[in-house]
Design a binder for this molecule. Structure first.
Ligand code: ZN
Length: 747
């Protein structure tokens, strides 16, 4: 039986693995000692290729004159090239700390010594003694562990820096030139909920994510081909600390390749002699499936290893109040109590269900100005909060968790220089990181806000005091702490903060400690939320705002990984000529993605042309709410043929066309109870009829024992029947309607 195949052969032989060598046998060129090895020692020996296979995934390397060249990746079962040579396995940017000179060292060249050693289950690679004498003391070691059952290669990489004058600034690892997999090929990347784009090998395409932020929310990428001969590659950065990094895809249409690269800023990047270690593992895994299968690989890892994975019970997050787990809709507006209470209460009364209310501008200071001096609140705030909460509205005021205005009392520097500046994040030149968002000081100048360092006691205490005062004194059930899961870390270089300088995972740990202290002290039955969905803070928040899930080609990869671990809510609903269709598309997508529906302006939600559809979506979610907080996402059902599509201007930034199927679908499971919910939302203005084939095995169910309960438009009344008749049928959905099938084992 074939498990592992190692073979080492001369490059002039055929490239494809034609014969299989028994596990543990070696062909080696040069050395015939205990393990196979290729070594580059600077002399012009014949180049050699080493191949290693983990199940169906085979990688090849070649010795070059002064390095080790990555030759490519193959799926040996389908004989598909997944990656070709071109990019060095790693690149290393180093800097001379006295002169500021920079050099780039790569795996492929620039070394007097480069070795690749194979043993039974792994490859060990070593690069030592840079050819440029000045760089002496830099050594790179990598290990590739072969996981044949999963067809995966798991990498670690470490740079040892014994150089007295050079610092490691950035490491680019891995780097892969992905091959065009054909007409059905697509890439998946972690912008917002996850996004799939097709045909990127043949056109200009560039994605660069700043992890962890809302536009690079998770640490994995994939490229795959669907259809008759599915294949592809999952690349996961299985880093349990959520270190600062960049994930990138860039196409080269002329060569029909897409470069995948991960760039990691080093810790202590300004200090000579700093070492660098890839945090966790880099995983290359054969992917016979699509974005959903890639998400499941990542979920399996995150559940076991990620520091931010929260404890879960059969009712989901026990540390999140039940009202928050159950909540099915949100509104958002702002101002003094008399400006927003009437509309919010009217929405609550008309709907007849609990409502969350995100309250902006409850403070007297202007928005994005004079932060963090949020108190005093506008007159009557606490009474307004109490009145709303008695009426079944859960109030969550806005604060910012990251910024301090550098002119924090009108145009005057009140506390910034005196109190805040030492705790602000600093650039290499010692100046604070400052940001502007369009708000203006009283003198007309743009407001310039400093990014505070979460590792400092000052900022931790300041945020904690504001949150606790809102919950204890003003009585709010929640607090929204803006930007934490939205904005990427700065590379803070302030030595007095005593965290590693620049890269690393001190940023995520800083926020973990800040949030832990708040959760310890906050009153019972309260909750915390933040902006966007950067993953590494999930455990210390109860909800993530999905307002930026606005892109064409979105898939629910984030809900597929994190469904049940965090409540998701708050798409931005906007205007324009197609605003009603855009509203239905967003609400329908929220339903199938497992989000709480909203946040709308209460007036917009109450308009007659929106009211009925929203009611159907919100009630459907309410009726099946347990699936979304106690369950997990399952593979969204697909219709057999093509569906009509709809296109509207989502107005995320200017005109913003988004196209989706007219019928949006989703599936959620309660695995302990073997129950599955299939959701279908027709967001269009026309009825849709399409053939649908249900494969019960997809949901871990058996056709013979299946019972199906059908409900429509959020009504409780339903038809129940054995599901065996329903495995293949035409589904008909009236315009602007919602259909659910609940599949359960037959009694
Ligand atoms: Zn700092």
């Amino acid at each position: 039986m074939r498990t592992l195949t190692f073979c080492l052969r001369r490059a002039c032989r055929v490239m494809f693995l034609a014969s299989v060598l028994a596990t543990g046998s070696w062909l080696c060129s040069g050395h015939r000692a205990g393990a196979a090895e290729i070594a580059s020692s600077g002399n012009a020996a014949a180049p050699e290729v080493v191949r290693c296979a983990a199940g169906d995934l085979e990688a090849a390397f070649r010795r070059s004159a002064d390095g080790l060249q990555f030759e490519g990746l193959q799926d040996v079962r389908t004989r598909t090239t997944l990656a070709v040579k071109g990019a060095p396995l790693f690149s290393l940017l180093v800097r001379n700390v006295s002169s500021g000179e920079e050099r780039t060292l790569t795996a492929s060249e620039g070394w007097r010594e480069a070795r690749l050693r194979q043993s039974r289950g792994d490859l060990r690679l070593l690069w030592a003694t840079p050819s440029e004498a000045a760089l002496a003391g830099l050594t790179v070691q990598a290990t590739a562990t072969l996981a044949p059952r999963r067809s995966a290669i798991r990498w670690t990489l470490r740079v040892e820096n014994r150089s007295p004058g050079w610092s490691v600034r950035r490491c680019f690892f891995p780097q892969l030139e992905l091959a065009d997999l054909g007409d059905n090929a697509a890439v998946l990347f972690p912008r917002g909920p996850g996004e799939v784009q097709r045909g990127v090998w043949r056109r200009d395409f560039h994605y660069r994510g700043n992890y962890p932020d809302g536009w690079c929310a998770m640490q994995f990428l994939a490229a795959y081909r669907e259809g008759a001969s599915p294949t592809g590659l999952y690349v996961g950065l299985h880093d349990p600390w959520g270190s600062t990094k960049h994930l990138e895809f860039k196409s080269a249409p002329a060569s029909r390749t897409v470069r995948l690269a991960v760039e990691t800023p080093a810790a202590d990047l300004s200090q000579a002699g700093n070492d660098f270690t890839v945090s966790g593992e880099v995983v290359w895994q054969l992917l016979r499936g699509d974005w959903f299968d890639a998400a499941r690989i990542y979920r399996t890892w995150a559940q076991k290893e990620a520091r931010w994975w929260p404890p879960l019970t059969r009712e989901g997050r026990k540390d999140t109040p039940l009202w928050m787990r159950e909540l099915s809709t949100w509104v958002m507006t702002g101002g003094a109590p008399d400006e927003c209470l009437p509309a919010v209460k009217a929405f609550r009364e008309a709907l007849g269900l609990p409502v969350g209310f995100h309250w902006y501008n409850w403070h007297q200071i202007p928005f994005d100005n004079d932060y963090p001096h949020y108190f005093p609140a506008k007159a009557g705030f606490a009474q307004g909060v109490a009145e709303l909460q008695q009426a079944g509205v859960f109030v969550m005021p806005y604060i910012n968790g990251r910024l301090w205005d550098s002119r924090d009392r009108g145009a005057e520097d009140f506390e910034f220089s005196r109190v805040a500046l030492p705790a602000a994040t600093k650039k290499e030149d010692g100046q604070p990181f400052l940001e502007s968002y369009g708000s203006k000081e009283t003198n007309g100048q743009p407001v310039s806000l400093a990014v505070m360092c979460p590792s400092t006691q000052l900022w931790r205490e300041r945020v904690r005091n504001i949150v606790l005062r809102l919950q204890r004194d003003e009585g709010t059930r929640g607090v929204y702490i803006d930007q934490v899961a939205a904005a990427a870390p700065t590379l803070c270089m302030d030595v007095s903060h005593r965290h590693p300088l620049g890269g690393g995972h001190w940023w995520t740990e800083g926020y973990w400690d800040l949030l832990k202290a708040i959760r310890r002290e906050m009153p019972a039955d309260r909750m915390l939320t933040t902006e966007c969905n950067g993953e590494p803070f999930i455990r210390w928040f109860d909800g993530y705002l999905t307002w930026h899930w606005q892109h064409d080609g979105q898939v629910p990869a984030f809900p597929a990984v994190y469904g049940g671990t965090i409540q998701m809510f708050g798409r931005a609903y906007r205007g324009g000529a197609t605003k009603e269709l855009a509203l239905r598309m967003k609400a329908g997508q929220q339903l199938v993605f497992g989000e709480q529906i909203g946040w709308f302006d209460p007036g917009q939600a109450g308009e007659p042309q929106n009211r009925e559809f929203l009611r159907k979506v919100i009630y459907t979610r309410w009726n099946y709410r347990r699936y979304f907080y106690a369950g997990e996402m399952a593979r969204p059902p697909r219709f057999s043929g093509d569906l009509p599509q709809v296109k509207a201007d989502w107005q995320w930034s200017g005109e913003w066309p988004v196209t989706t199927d007219a019928v949006l679908t989703g599936a959620w499971r309660l695995p302990f109870e073997k129950r599955t919910l299939l959701l279908f939302a027709n967001v269009s203005d026309a009825a849709v009829k399409a053939p649908f084939h249900l494969d019960p095995q997809t949901y871990g169910l058996k056709a013979r024992e299946l019972h199906r309960t059908v409900s429509r438009d959020g009504r409780k009344s339903s038809e129940g029947s054995p599901a065996s008749t329903a495995l293949a049928e035409e589904i008909e959905l009236p315009a602007q309607s919602v259909l659910t099938w609940e599949l359960t084992p037959a009694r």
